[in-house]
Design a protein around this ligand. Structure first.
Ligand SMILES: [Zn+2]
Ligand SMILES: [Zn+2]
Length: 218
């Protein structure tokens, strides 16, 4: 479905007004359009928006299409800022040109390159794509309780979930802290593991409450 750049910019403006700012529609005045605007009529013909009087309403197809345009725009901004080091109003103008060049597939590669950013440089949310959801699932799978590690396996402490505050404080004061490397040495009769140069022994109940990022989905 080919749309002109101007049609995409208009769709983006309507999407932001309705989805992000919570208005029920966008006025011709706010969009700076007239009733005979070719790009606007194109959006209406493609059933992305509905025009009533001097207001533009977003249809459900337009909601999906608009989200993709916004995603591309904000990814383009991130790319400008993070990789190309362009800032200021110049960057926004460039991002506007650039977003139209990011078709599906390219936006996935850029999103992955930037490690699936969640906000644009202005702090506005970037609507997540399938790549972001897949990355999040993979990250979740990589975190397991200590009890699921194999003997000899290493990882990084992700977080402690213990309900026993005293035990948790004890562990943390000894260096069992998120971010530290851990290696499991034995599973029986208790869970024995190394953090740094210290060795710890915990029972299974406590071991179940120490979560490790193994970096592998196994
Ligand atoms: Zn932005
Ligand atoms: Zn992504």
């Amino acid at each position: 479905m080919e749309r002109s750049e101007r049609a995409e910019d208009l769709l983006e403006a309507v999407w932001i007004a309705v989805v992000e700012e919570g208005d029920n529609s966008a006025s011709f005045e706010a969009l700076n359009v007239k009733a005979d605007d070719a790009a606007l009529l194109d959006l209406e013909r493609k059933a992305l928006v509905e025009i009533k009087g001097e207001r533009v309403y977003l249809r459900s197809e337009g909601r999906l299409a608009g989200e993709k345009v916004v995603r591309r725009h904000r990814l383009a901004e991130r790319l400008m800022m993070d990789i190309l080091d362009l800032k200021g109003s110049n960057a926004n103008a460039k991002a506007c040109e650039f977003e139209h060049l990011l078709n599906e597939g390219v936006d996935t590669r850029i999103c992955t390159l930037l490690n699936h950013p969640t906000t644009c440089p202005h702090g506005r949310p970037i609507p997540p794509g399938e790549c972001c959801r897949a990355a999040r699932r993979a990250a979740d799978i990589g975190v397991v309780p200590l009890t699921e590690m194999k003997v000899g396996q290493e990882g990084e402490i992700a977080y402690l979930a213990t309900s026993d505050a005293k035990k948790m404080q004890k562990l943390m004061s000894l260096g069992v802290l998120p971010g530290n490397r851990v290696r499991l040495n034995r599973r029986f009769p208790s869970f024995i593991f190394h953090v740094g140069n210290s060795e710890f022994a915990v029972d299974e109940q406590l071991a179940r409450e120490i979560f490790i990022r193994t970096g592998k989905s196994e």
